[in-house]
Design a protein around this ligand. Structure first.
Ligand code: GDP
Length: 138
């Protein structure tokens, strides 16, 4: 079973969409093996998005991720990384396909409601960034 890391971002939590998004996740056959609702510090967000530190949107993105609580989730499924990216849809909701979470819920390119790891190495880093082994109940 493959694990991936997901975030329900502040724009979606703020609009009370946590339950609807979790419902989509579970109905697509993912198992939620760890989950917590937290308010990130700027240092948390900067460390998490370290790979984007040279991007022009880094400052806006990291500030946005601290504007309200987020839900941090570890998902498990065969082929979870790819399957979760597909269910999320394209980064920019204007390009996202019908039926994807970003198409249905995202506000714009930045406030795009959900995060998902893009490769096995990033999934491993992101999971260990926010969760200890004892918090993961497969
Ligand atoms: P993802 O893997 O689909 O989340 O996309 P990226 O790794 O490319 O970008 C990380 C996050 O940064 C996205 O999910 C958006 O929230 C945000 N983002 C990406 N591109 C832009 C941009 O051009 N402007 C702003 N403000 N935010 C962006």
């Amino acid at each position: 079973m493959e694990k991936t890391f997901a975030i329900i971002k502040p724009d979606a939590v703020e609009r009370n969409l946590t339950g609807k998004i979790l419902e989509r996740i579970e109905s697509e056959g993912f198992r939620i093996v760890a989950m917590k609702r937290v308010l990130l510090t700027l240092a948390d967000a900067q460390g998490f998005y370290y790979v984007h530190k040279e991007r022009p949107f880094f400052k806006d993105l990291t500030a946005y991720m601290c504007t309200g609580p987020v839900v941090l989730i570890i998902l498990e499924k065969e082929g979870a990384i790819k399957a979760w990216r597909e269910l999320m849809g394209a980064t920019n909701p204007a390009d996202a396909e019908e039926g994807t979470i970003r198409k249905e819920f995202a506000v714009n390119l930045e406030k795009n409601s959900v995060h998902g790891s893009d490769a096995p190495e990033t999934a491993a880093f992101e999971i260990s960034y926010f969760f200890s082994q004892t918090e993961v109940l497969s």
